[in-house]
Design a protein around this ligand. Sequence first.
Ligand SMILES: Cc1cc2nc3c(=O)[nH]c(=O)nc-3n(C[C@H](O)[C@H](O)[C@H](O)COP(=O)(O)O)c2cc1C
Length: 321
Amino acid sequence: MLKTFLTEAWGLRYPLIGAPMAGVAFGALANAVSRAGALGMIGIGSSDPTDKIEREASIARDGEMRFGIGLMAWALPQRDELLEAAIAAQPFVISMTGGSIAPYAARVREAGILLAAQVNTGADAREAEAAGADFIVAQGTEAGGHTGDVATLTLLQLVLAAVRVPVVAAGGIASARGLAAVLAAGAQGAWIGTPLLAAHEAGTTPAARARIIAAKEDETVLTRVFDRTLGIKWPARYPGRALVNRFTQEWHGREDEAATNATTVSTLKSATAAKDFNLTYIYAGQSVGLIERERPAAEIVAEIGDGAERILRERLDSVLE
Ligand SMILES: Cc1cc2nc3c(=O)[nH]c(=O)nc-3n(C[C@H](O)[C@H](O)[C@H](O)COP(=O)(O)O)c2cc1C
């Protein structure tokens, strides 16, 4: 068995957390990840209705399971009701990304819910710890979705040196080797998003899965072009890592032009509604190159978790005198 803060203090079988992914990680995926012995999370987007939180939480819980809910910190000043609904759903963890947890930390902790902050620099990590984060997710630029520009391994070293609370690594961890590496470095676990995109229980469409399975590690781009063109108010500091497609090839780097061109805006809006992935986004990280097929979330979790234990045992034997 692997032994870390996540397995000891939380009683998880594997030191793995299924990332909250808006539009992809609904209650069914969170439930499957938790049942597999990790912690599953539900992703809530900035414009999601609050009744979705209640509905997906009840699917994730399914009477008994622990789960988490991930919110976007930058959306909360306009939509406090998202935090209210998340607290009312009584998850095990609430995580926040894309901004400071400071204005919200007391409410989450007073409700007896663990608070996680997803961070992209060492300074972010220190701020989150001071604001009351129970644990920190060091999210490298390899990650799918909105992220920073420091790589996971560099960031993990910085964050581990900067804080005392438990640290979980995110970004590019999609196999047993990746989990073994971050545990060896001192992380208490890994937070995995991209590896779950082709899980049976994920909210991705068949067409999106086919693209995810076909994509290689050098076919993603860190871009603001989708947010700018669609008018989604992610702060400029957090571009999103998505699969390269016709739209990014034409407009990435020309965000101002795309966002002010009425035809481009309406074309992308229609494509997004129609899920036409030649144009609209599929957020995915560089580890997309490791995804080879669709399978149940439980298989993904067990393969990474059991494999990491094997690798750590073998490596420790071979690298230590
Ligand atoms: C499709 C997708 C949607 C995401 N949505 C969210 C989100 O709603 N909230 C959040 O905190 N993180 C979100 N993320 C980022 C993940 O929490 C996590 O940091 C990332 O997936 C980890 O890196 P990996 O994709 O390389 O596994 C998303 C990631 C992806 C791939």
